[in-house]
Design a protein around this ligand. Structure first.
Ligand code: PLP
Length: 426
Protein backbone atom coordinates (compact mmCIF):
# COMPACT_ATOMS: atom_id res chain seq x y z
CA UNK A 1 0.00 0.00 0.00
CA UNK A 2 1.35 3.45 -0.83
CA UNK A 3 1.74 5.99 1.99
CA UNK A 4 -0.96 8.29 0.64
CA UNK A 5 -3.66 5.62 0.89
CA UNK A 6 -2.70 4.54 4.40
CA UNK A 7 -2.95 8.18 5.47
CA UNK A 8 -6.26 8.44 3.64
CA UNK A 9 -7.59 5.55 5.74
CA UNK A 10 -6.66 7.56 8.83
CA UNK A 11 -8.61 10.57 7.56
CA UNK A 12 -5.90 12.65 5.87
CA UNK A 13 -6.97 13.94 2.45
CA UNK A 14 -4.69 13.61 -0.56
CA UNK A 15 -4.36 17.39 -0.65
CA UNK A 16 -3.17 17.68 2.95
CA UNK A 17 -0.80 14.73 2.49
CA UNK A 18 0.67 16.23 -0.66
CA UNK A 19 1.08 19.62 1.00
CA UNK A 20 3.00 17.90 3.80
CA UNK A 21 5.23 16.03 1.36
CA UNK A 22 6.04 19.28 -0.41
CA UNK A 23 7.17 20.85 2.87
CA UNK A 24 9.11 17.74 3.85
CA UNK A 25 11.12 17.61 0.66
CA UNK A 26 12.85 20.82 1.74
CA UNK A 27 13.65 19.59 5.24
CA UNK A 28 15.89 16.62 4.48
CA UNK A 29 19.20 18.41 5.26
CA UNK A 30 17.89 19.50 8.64
CA UNK A 31 16.61 16.03 9.39
CA UNK A 32 20.04 14.64 8.53
CA UNK A 33 21.60 16.97 11.06
CA UNK A 34 19.13 15.83 13.73
CA UNK A 35 19.91 12.20 12.94
CA UNK A 36 23.62 12.88 13.32
CA UNK A 37 23.08 14.40 16.77
CA UNK A 38 20.91 11.44 17.75
CA UNK A 39 23.63 9.08 16.61
CA UNK A 40 26.23 10.85 18.76
CA UNK A 41 23.90 10.91 21.76
CA UNK A 42 22.96 7.27 21.27
CA UNK A 43 26.65 6.32 21.35
CA UNK A 44 27.13 8.47 24.44
CA UNK A 45 24.34 6.63 26.31
CA UNK A 46 25.45 3.16 25.18
CA UNK A 47 29.03 3.94 26.19
CA UNK A 48 27.87 5.02 29.65
CA UNK A 49 25.83 1.83 30.02
CA UNK A 50 28.79 -0.32 28.98
CA UNK A 51 31.36 1.41 31.18
CA UNK A 52 29.09 1.06 34.19
CA UNK A 53 28.40 -2.61 33.46
CA UNK A 54 24.61 -2.50 33.17
CA UNK A 55 23.36 -6.07 33.54
CA UNK A 56 20.12 -7.98 34.07
CA UNK A 57 20.75 -7.71 37.79
CA UNK A 58 20.12 -3.97 37.49
CA UNK A 59 16.51 -4.55 36.48
CA UNK A 60 15.50 -6.43 39.64
CA UNK A 61 12.91 -4.92 41.96
CA UNK A 62 13.82 -3.88 45.48
CA UNK A 63 11.45 -2.99 48.29
CA UNK A 64 11.65 -1.63 51.80
CA UNK A 65 14.63 0.62 52.53
CA UNK A 66 16.40 -0.22 49.32
CA UNK A 67 19.87 -0.62 50.84
CA UNK A 68 22.43 -1.85 48.32
CA UNK A 69 20.07 -1.29 45.40
CA UNK A 70 22.47 -2.11 42.58
CA UNK A 71 20.06 -1.13 39.80
CA UNK A 72 19.44 2.29 41.29
CA UNK A 73 23.11 2.95 41.98
CA UNK A 74 24.23 1.86 38.50
CA UNK A 75 21.50 3.95 36.84
CA UNK A 76 22.75 6.98 38.71
CA UNK A 77 26.29 6.27 37.53
CA UNK A 78 25.00 5.93 33.95
CA UNK A 79 23.39 9.38 34.18
CA UNK A 80 26.51 10.89 35.77
CA UNK A 81 28.67 9.35 33.03
CA UNK A 82 26.40 10.56 30.21
CA UNK A 83 26.23 14.10 31.57
CA UNK A 84 29.93 14.07 32.51
CA UNK A 85 29.33 14.86 36.17
CA UNK A 86 30.67 13.52 39.45
CA UNK A 87 27.30 12.39 40.71
CA UNK A 88 23.63 11.91 39.89
CA UNK A 89 20.35 11.46 41.71
CA UNK A 90 17.77 9.65 39.52
CA UNK A 91 14.90 7.80 41.11
CA UNK A 92 11.14 7.35 41.26
CA UNK A 93 11.04 9.14 44.62
CA UNK A 94 11.57 12.33 42.60
CA UNK A 95 8.06 12.71 41.26
CA UNK A 96 8.55 15.20 38.41
CA UNK A 97 10.66 18.08 37.14
CA UNK A 98 9.24 20.61 39.57
CA UNK A 99 10.08 18.29 42.44
CA UNK A 100 13.63 17.76 41.19
CA UNK A 101 14.12 21.52 40.90
CA UNK A 102 12.63 22.04 44.37
CA UNK A 103 15.01 19.49 45.87
CA UNK A 104 18.00 21.04 44.10
CA UNK A 105 17.12 24.56 45.24
CA UNK A 106 16.12 23.83 48.82
CA UNK A 107 19.11 21.54 49.39
CA UNK A 108 21.60 24.15 48.24
CA UNK A 109 20.17 27.35 49.69
CA UNK A 110 20.23 28.24 53.39
CA UNK A 111 18.33 30.87 55.36
CA UNK A 112 19.69 34.32 54.51
CA UNK A 113 20.91 33.21 51.08
CA UNK A 114 19.76 34.82 47.88
CA UNK A 115 18.70 32.99 44.72
CA UNK A 116 19.26 34.77 41.42
CA UNK A 117 17.55 34.17 38.09
CA UNK A 118 19.52 36.03 35.41
CA UNK A 119 17.10 34.96 32.66
CA UNK A 120 13.86 36.55 33.82
CA UNK A 121 10.81 34.90 35.25
CA UNK A 122 11.09 31.14 35.82
CA UNK A 123 8.64 28.42 34.81
CA UNK A 124 5.14 28.82 36.28
CA UNK A 125 5.36 26.05 38.86
CA UNK A 126 8.61 27.47 40.25
CA UNK A 127 6.94 30.74 41.21
CA UNK A 128 5.33 29.01 44.17
CA UNK A 129 8.46 26.99 44.94
CA UNK A 130 10.48 30.19 45.22
CA UNK A 131 7.68 32.22 46.76
CA UNK A 132 7.28 34.76 43.96
CA UNK A 133 3.63 33.83 44.42
CA UNK A 134 3.30 33.38 48.19
CA UNK A 135 2.90 29.71 49.01
CA UNK A 136 3.24 27.48 52.08
CA UNK A 137 6.71 25.89 52.33
CA UNK A 138 8.16 28.18 49.64
CA UNK A 139 11.86 29.05 49.81
CA UNK A 140 10.90 32.55 50.90
CA UNK A 141 9.09 31.16 53.94
CA UNK A 142 12.41 29.61 54.94
CA UNK A 143 14.28 32.88 54.64
CA UNK A 144 15.68 32.56 51.13
CA UNK A 145 15.41 35.77 49.11
CA UNK A 146 14.95 35.94 45.37
CA UNK A 147 16.27 38.36 42.81
CA UNK A 148 15.66 38.39 39.08
CA UNK A 149 17.34 40.10 36.15
CA UNK A 150 15.16 40.23 33.07
CA UNK A 151 16.49 39.57 29.60
CA UNK A 152 17.11 42.56 27.36
CA UNK A 153 14.36 43.36 24.86
CA UNK A 154 16.20 41.40 22.16
CA UNK A 155 16.21 38.26 24.33
CA UNK A 156 19.92 38.39 25.27
CA UNK A 157 21.46 38.42 28.75
CA UNK A 158 21.65 41.74 30.61
CA UNK A 159 25.27 41.27 31.67
CA UNK A 160 25.55 44.61 33.45
CA UNK A 161 22.30 43.99 35.31
CA UNK A 162 23.54 40.56 36.33
CA UNK A 163 26.85 41.98 37.56
CA UNK A 164 24.95 44.52 39.66
CA UNK A 165 22.57 41.88 41.08
CA UNK A 166 25.26 39.53 42.39
CA UNK A 167 26.07 40.36 46.01
CA UNK A 168 27.54 38.74 49.11
CA UNK A 169 24.28 36.89 49.80
CA UNK A 170 23.91 35.41 46.31
CA UNK A 171 24.40 31.67 46.79
CA UNK A 172 22.77 30.04 43.79
CA UNK A 173 21.94 31.03 40.23
CA UNK A 174 19.08 29.33 38.42
CA UNK A 175 19.14 29.31 34.63
CA UNK A 176 16.16 27.97 32.70
CA UNK A 177 17.23 26.65 29.31
CA UNK A 178 13.84 26.28 27.64
CA UNK A 179 11.50 29.18 27.08
CA UNK A 180 8.70 27.05 28.55
CA UNK A 181 5.46 28.89 27.89
CA UNK A 182 7.09 32.28 27.36
CA UNK A 183 8.01 33.98 24.12
CA UNK A 184 11.69 34.53 24.86
CA UNK A 185 14.22 32.42 22.96
CA UNK A 186 15.42 29.10 24.34
CA UNK A 187 19.13 29.23 25.13
CA UNK A 188 21.73 27.09 23.46
CA UNK A 189 24.18 25.15 25.60
CA UNK A 190 26.89 27.48 24.30
CA UNK A 191 24.99 30.58 25.50
CA UNK A 192 24.43 28.97 28.88
CA UNK A 193 28.15 28.24 29.10
CA UNK A 194 28.99 31.87 28.38
CA UNK A 195 26.55 33.03 31.05
CA UNK A 196 27.96 30.63 33.65
CA UNK A 197 31.53 31.69 32.84
CA UNK A 198 30.55 35.35 33.26
CA UNK A 199 28.88 34.66 36.62
CA UNK A 200 31.76 32.57 37.98
CA UNK A 201 34.22 35.23 37.00
CA UNK A 202 32.31 37.77 39.11
CA UNK A 203 31.93 35.43 42.07
CA UNK A 204 33.98 32.25 41.89
CA UNK A 205 32.30 29.44 43.79
CA UNK A 206 28.79 30.75 43.16
CA UNK A 207 26.74 27.67 42.29
CA UNK A 208 24.89 27.56 38.99
CA UNK A 209 21.89 25.31 38.41
CA UNK A 210 20.31 24.76 35.00
CA UNK A 211 16.67 23.77 34.54
CA UNK A 212 17.25 21.46 31.57
CA UNK A 213 13.59 20.45 31.03
CA UNK A 214 12.83 19.74 27.34
CA UNK A 215 16.48 20.30 26.42
CA UNK A 216 18.13 16.91 26.95
CA UNK A 217 19.70 15.36 23.84
CA UNK A 218 18.63 18.21 21.56
CA UNK A 219 22.33 19.04 21.21
CA UNK A 220 25.37 16.83 21.68
CA UNK A 221 26.49 18.71 24.77
CA UNK A 222 24.52 19.49 27.93
CA UNK A 223 24.72 22.34 30.44
CA UNK A 224 26.76 20.02 32.67
CA UNK A 225 29.49 20.17 29.98
CA UNK A 226 29.77 23.95 30.25
CA UNK A 227 30.13 24.55 33.96
CA UNK A 228 26.70 23.96 35.53
CA UNK A 229 27.06 22.68 39.10
CA UNK A 230 23.62 21.08 38.86
CA UNK A 231 21.59 20.14 35.78
CA UNK A 232 18.02 19.18 36.52
CA UNK A 233 15.08 17.75 34.60
CA UNK A 234 12.00 15.55 34.40
CA UNK A 235 11.84 11.90 33.34
CA UNK A 236 8.30 12.52 32.07
CA UNK A 237 10.04 14.54 29.38
CA UNK A 238 13.12 13.88 27.20
CA UNK A 239 15.40 11.59 29.26
CA UNK A 240 12.55 9.25 30.23
CA UNK A 241 12.24 8.38 26.54
CA UNK A 242 8.48 8.03 26.96
CA UNK A 243 8.90 4.87 29.02
CA UNK A 244 9.70 6.19 32.49
CA UNK A 245 6.34 6.34 34.29
CA UNK A 246 7.57 8.89 36.87
CA UNK A 247 10.78 10.54 37.95
CA UNK A 248 13.26 13.37 37.83
CA UNK A 249 17.03 13.71 37.81
CA UNK A 250 19.74 15.92 39.22
CA UNK A 251 23.30 15.57 37.90
CA UNK A 252 26.24 17.62 39.08
CA UNK A 253 29.04 17.95 41.58
CA UNK A 254 29.24 15.40 44.38
CA UNK A 255 28.81 18.18 46.91
CA UNK A 256 25.57 19.52 45.38
CA UNK A 257 24.09 16.10 44.59
CA UNK A 258 24.83 14.73 48.08
CA UNK A 259 22.99 17.67 49.60
CA UNK A 260 20.07 16.97 47.24
CA UNK A 261 20.00 13.36 48.41
CA UNK A 262 19.94 14.43 52.06
CA UNK A 263 17.10 16.80 51.29
CA UNK A 264 15.16 14.18 49.30
CA UNK A 265 15.39 11.42 51.92
CA UNK A 266 16.86 12.56 55.23
CA UNK A 267 20.10 13.98 56.62
CA UNK A 268 22.37 11.02 57.26
CA UNK A 269 20.48 8.73 54.88
CA UNK A 270 20.98 10.47 51.53
CA UNK A 271 21.41 8.24 48.49
CA UNK A 272 21.61 5.03 50.54
CA UNK A 273 17.83 4.55 50.82
CA UNK A 274 15.04 4.51 48.26
CA UNK A 275 13.77 1.19 46.91
CA UNK A 276 13.23 1.06 43.15
CA UNK A 277 9.88 -0.80 43.35
CA UNK A 278 10.58 -2.64 40.10
CA UNK A 279 10.36 0.21 37.63
CA UNK A 280 14.04 0.49 36.70
CA UNK A 281 13.72 -1.37 33.38
CA UNK A 282 11.63 1.54 32.10
CA UNK A 283 14.21 4.05 33.37
CA UNK A 284 17.09 2.25 31.68
CA UNK A 285 15.27 1.51 28.45
CA UNK A 286 13.72 4.97 28.30
CA UNK A 287 17.15 6.59 28.69
CA UNK A 288 18.50 4.26 26.01
CA UNK A 289 15.71 5.32 23.61
CA UNK A 290 15.72 9.01 24.58
CA UNK A 291 18.15 10.23 21.88
CA UNK A 292 16.00 8.85 19.07
CA UNK A 293 12.76 9.88 20.73
CA UNK A 294 14.05 13.45 21.05
CA UNK A 295 15.12 13.34 17.40
CA UNK A 296 11.58 12.37 16.36
CA UNK A 297 10.08 15.14 18.47
CA UNK A 298 12.50 17.67 16.97
CA UNK A 299 11.59 16.64 13.44
CA UNK A 300 7.94 17.06 14.34
CA UNK A 301 8.56 20.54 15.74
CA UNK A 302 10.43 21.62 12.61
CA UNK A 303 7.82 20.08 10.31
CA UNK A 304 5.05 21.94 12.18
CA UNK A 305 6.98 25.22 12.08
CA UNK A 306 7.45 24.94 8.33
CA UNK A 307 3.88 23.93 7.58
CA UNK A 308 2.28 26.67 9.65
CA UNK A 309 4.74 29.37 8.68
CA UNK A 310 4.06 28.59 5.01
CA UNK A 311 0.35 29.02 5.74
CA UNK A 312 0.99 32.49 7.17
CA UNK A 313 0.94 31.83 10.90
CA UNK A 314 3.64 33.13 13.26
CA UNK A 315 5.66 30.25 14.67
CA UNK A 316 8.22 30.33 17.52
CA UNK A 317 10.91 29.20 16.85
CA UNK A 318 10.55 30.04 13.17
CA UNK A 319 10.98 27.57 10.32
CA UNK A 320 14.74 27.96 9.98
CA UNK A 321 16.04 28.74 13.49
CA UNK A 322 18.35 26.29 15.24
CA UNK A 323 16.73 24.27 18.02
CA UNK A 324 17.62 24.04 21.68
CA UNK A 325 14.46 22.40 23.03
CA UNK A 326 11.54 20.43 21.59
CA UNK A 327 8.75 22.98 22.05
CA UNK A 328 7.02 24.60 19.08
CA UNK A 329 4.60 27.48 19.49
CA UNK A 330 2.10 28.23 16.71
CA UNK A 331 0.05 31.42 16.92
CA UNK A 332 -3.24 30.42 15.39
CA UNK A 333 -5.08 33.70 15.94
CA UNK A 334 -8.49 32.42 17.04
CA UNK A 335 -10.10 30.09 19.57
CA UNK A 336 -11.68 28.07 16.73
CA UNK A 337 -8.28 27.45 15.17
CA UNK A 338 -6.81 26.36 18.51
CA UNK A 339 -9.65 23.92 19.02
CA UNK A 340 -9.30 22.53 15.50
CA UNK A 341 -5.53 22.11 15.89
CA UNK A 342 -5.86 20.31 19.23
CA UNK A 343 -8.69 18.15 17.90
CA UNK A 344 -6.32 16.95 15.19
CA UNK A 345 -3.50 16.14 17.62
CA UNK A 346 -5.94 14.21 19.80
CA UNK A 347 -7.46 12.34 16.86
CA UNK A 348 -4.00 11.16 15.80
CA UNK A 349 -3.15 9.66 19.21
CA UNK A 350 -2.76 5.94 19.90
CA UNK A 351 -4.63 6.39 23.22
CA UNK A 352 -7.92 8.30 23.73
CA UNK A 353 -8.15 9.20 20.04
CA UNK A 354 -11.95 9.25 20.26
CA UNK A 355 -11.94 12.04 22.87
CA UNK A 356 -12.63 15.65 21.81
CA UNK A 357 -10.51 18.20 23.66
CA UNK A 358 -12.47 21.14 25.06
CA UNK A 359 -11.28 24.39 26.64
CA UNK A 360 -11.69 24.32 30.41
CA UNK A 361 -10.71 26.22 33.55
CA UNK A 362 -7.32 25.38 35.09
CA UNK A 363 -5.90 26.39 38.45
CA UNK A 364 -3.35 29.16 38.04
CA UNK A 365 -4.61 30.39 34.66
CA UNK A 366 -6.74 33.44 33.98
CA UNK A 367 -8.13 31.98 30.75
CA UNK A 368 -9.56 28.64 29.77
CA UNK A 369 -6.94 26.15 28.62
CA UNK A 370 -7.22 23.55 25.88
CA UNK A 371 -5.10 20.41 25.95
CA UNK A 372 -4.64 17.53 23.58
CA UNK A 373 -2.83 14.43 24.76
CA UNK A 374 -3.38 10.79 24.08
CA UNK A 375 -0.46 9.45 26.05
CA UNK A 376 0.61 6.13 27.50
CA UNK A 377 2.04 7.96 30.52
CA UNK A 378 -0.43 10.45 31.97
CA UNK A 379 0.48 14.06 31.29
CA UNK A 380 3.62 13.02 29.43
CA UNK A 381 4.81 15.82 27.19
CA UNK A 382 7.54 13.84 25.46
CA UNK A 383 4.55 12.11 23.88
CA UNK A 384 2.71 14.06 21.19
CA UNK A 385 0.77 16.80 22.93
CA UNK A 386 -0.48 20.34 22.46
CA UNK A 387 -1.94 22.90 24.79
CA UNK A 388 -2.44 26.59 25.30
CA UNK A 389 -4.54 29.22 27.06
CA UNK A 390 -7.50 30.50 25.04
CA UNK A 391 -6.38 34.14 24.86
CA UNK A 392 -4.37 36.43 22.59
CA UNK A 393 -2.36 35.53 20.55
CA UNK A 394 -4.16 32.16 20.57
CA UNK A 395 -0.96 30.17 20.54
CA UNK A 396 -0.74 26.42 20.92
CA UNK A 397 2.40 24.92 22.37
CA UNK A 398 3.12 21.72 20.59
CA UNK A 399 5.70 19.14 21.63
CA UNK A 400 6.76 15.54 21.64
CA UNK A 401 6.03 12.46 19.65
CA UNK A 402 7.64 9.15 20.59
CA UNK A 403 8.28 8.54 16.91
CA UNK A 404 8.69 10.96 14.04
CA UNK A 405 5.94 9.17 12.13
CA UNK A 406 3.45 9.77 14.90
CA UNK A 407 4.45 13.43 15.11
CA UNK A 408 3.98 13.68 11.35
CA UNK A 409 0.54 12.12 11.50
CA UNK A 410 -0.48 14.45 14.34
CA UNK A 411 0.63 17.54 12.44
CA UNK A 412 -1.09 16.43 9.23
CA UNK A 413 -4.24 15.70 11.24
CA UNK A 414 -4.12 19.14 12.87
CA UNK A 415 -3.92 20.67 9.41
CA UNK A 416 -6.76 18.45 8.18
CA UNK A 417 -9.00 19.71 11.00
CA UNK A 418 -8.13 23.34 10.16
CA UNK A 419 -8.98 22.67 6.52
CA UNK A 420 -12.23 20.89 7.47
CA UNK A 421 -13.22 23.85 9.67
CA UNK A 422 -12.68 26.21 6.74
CA UNK A 423 -9.94 28.11 8.59
CA UNK A 424 -7.18 27.13 6.16
CA UNK A 425 -7.35 26.58 2.42
CA UNK A 426 -4.55 24.80 0.66
C1 PLP B 1 7.99 21.00 32.46
C2 PLP B 1 8.94 22.00 33.02
C3 PLP B 1 9.17 22.07 34.39
C4 PLP B 1 8.43 21.24 35.38
O1 PLP B 1 8.49 19.87 35.13
P1 PLP B 1 7.27 18.94 35.57
O2 PLP B 1 7.77 17.55 35.32
O3 PLP B 1 6.09 19.31 34.74
O4 PLP B 1 7.03 19.21 37.02
C5 PLP B 1 10.10 22.99 34.82
N1 PLP B 1 10.76 23.80 33.97
C6 PLP B 1 10.56 23.75 32.64
C7 PLP B 1 11.32 24.66 31.73
C8 PLP B 1 9.64 22.85 32.12
O5 PLP B 1 9.44 22.79 30.81
Amino acid sequence: MDPQSIYQQLGISAKVFQFGEGILSGLRPRFDEIDQNAETNQAKVIGAMQRNRVSAQCFAATTGYGYDDVGRDVLERVYADTFHTEAALVRPQITCGTHALTVALSANLKPGDELLSPVGRPYDTLEEVIGIRPSPCSLMEYGVQYRQVDLLPDGTFDYEGIRAAINEKTALVTIQRSKGYQTRPTFSVKQIGELIAFIKQIKPGLKCMVDNCYGEFVETTEPSDVGADMTVGSLIKNPGGGLAPIGGYIVGTQECVSRCAYRLSAPGLGQEVGANLGILPAFYQGFFLAPTVVAGALKGAIFAANIYERLGFRVVPNSTESRHDIIQAVELGSPEAMIAFCTGIQAAAPVDSYVRPEPSDMPGYDAKVIMAAGAFVQGSSIELSADGPIREPYAVYFQGGLTWYHAKLGILMSLQKLVDAGIVTL
